[in-house]
Design a protein around this ligand. Structure first.
Ligand SMILES: [Zn+2]
Length: 119
């Protein structure tokens, strides 16, 4: 299934919200550039968790996937490297669950991303 995309009016709503958030961050930091940076970073991190889940949750899924795939890449069946293997969502909107993910080597991840038109 393709990812949900925003209609023109939904995109305008999202951009309006973003403008409001930026104004509020500016006001909250009271002209302190370092505080603004820290507030922005905090909001960014939390919104990323909303979309991707927390790193600890993804790590557990990665370990489960490693076992269920017997250390082999789901793309090429080659041995997965100990580091830099990618937990790939089959459908982005369904999130990082054991049912909706697979572990890929970096080469397969790059190839599949290119095929999906993400690069
Ligand atoms: Zn591979």
């Amino acid at each position: 299934m393709a990812n949900r995309i925003l209609s023109k009016s939904e995109l305008a709503s999202a951009n309006g919200l973003l403008t409001e958030i930026r104004k509020q961050l500016e006001a909250l930091s009271g002209g302190d550039r370092e505080l603004l940076w820290a507030f922005r970073r905090k909001v960014f991190k939390e919104l990323t968790y909303d979309e991707r889940g927390k790193p600890m949750e993804r790590r557990k899924i990665k370990e489960a996937k490693w076992k269920s795939q017997r250390g082999l890449c789901a793309g090429c069946n080659g041995p997965l490297p100990e580091k830099y293997c990618v937990l790939d969502r089959l459908e982005a909107m369904k999130g990082y669950t054991t049912e909706n993910t697979r572990l890929l080597c970096a080469t397969c991840d790059t190839r599949l991303q290119a095929e999906k038109g993400y690069t």
